[in-house]
Design a protein around this ligand. Structure first.
Ligand SMILES: CC(C)(COP(=O)(O)OP(=O)(O)OC[C@H]1O[C@@H](n2cnc3c(N)ncnc32)[C@H](O)[C@@H]1OP(=O)(O)O)[C@@H](O)C(=O)NCCC(=O)NCCS
Length: 176
């Protein structure tokens, strides 16, 4: 059960704690997860980027967005030692309540990686259905984000051995 879980909007100053949580939970991080990108996401979506807290500790996140037409979800994560206790469901139910209040008609998720197919069952339990009639496309719009399909691509996992895209480059190298 998640009786002691408090859910509220994630704050800018909690971004480092959120990144640490995502690393523990195995969430793929890309250049779009640099602090300035995440701060902008929170600024644009102040009601729907949620943190879940137990005893004041960040143990879950669900970064919802709403573009005026469709809602989308990024980085749903529960700390590994808290998984399987209803926290993921609680985060999604809280987010859906906010989305409903904002008038959202439909949630479309583009973010489930094929390498994380096990999570499909979780979403099915919450009423989401898998779409086999559509596929995802992406295009990098900033040169510093690297070519499509590599570390800058939010739909791709960084290749093994690649430098962590969130790390600062060594002196003398171009910024990622
Ligand atoms: C996916 C994740 C958020 C689920 O959170 P959780 O707290 O472990 O899940 P819950 O305990 O709330 O489970 C909710 C329901 O889904 C079911 N469920 C959970 N994981 C499941 C799975 N892999 N397959 C089938 N059902 C699953 C539970 O049995 C439960 O069912 P019920 O409420 O009807 O009894 C969590 O496992 C996680 O952080 N995983 C790593 C990061 C990740 O993959 N995020 C998703 C990116 S798309």
């Amino acid at each position: 059960m998640s009786g002691s879980l408090a859910i509220r909007p994630l704050r800018r100053e909690e971004i480092p704690a959120a990144v640490a949580l995502w690393r523990r939970a195995g969430i793929s991080l890309t250049l779009s997860d640099r602090p300035e990108e995440l701060a902008r996401l929170l600024d644009h979506n102040p009601r729907t980027c949620l943190g879940g807290y137990e005893d004041g500790r960040l143990v879950a996140t669900a970064l919802g967005t709403f573009d005026g037409r469709r809602a989308n979800l990024w980085h749903l994560a529960v700390d590994p030692d808290r998984q399987g206790r209803g926290l993921g469901r609680a985060m999604m139910e809280a987010l859906e309540a906010v989305w409903r209040d904002m008038g959202v008609v439909k949630v479309t998720m583009f973010t489930v990686e094929m390498s994380n197919a096990d999570v499909e069952g979780f979403y099915h339990r919450l009423g989401y259905r898998t779409r086999n009639d559509i596929f995802a496309m992406s295009k990098i719009l900033r040169e510093d984000d690297g070519p499509p399909g590599t570390k800058g691509d939010p739909l791709a996992r960084p290749p093994d051995g690649a430098r962590d895209p969130l790390d600062r480059p060594p002196d003398g190298e171009d910024a990622p």
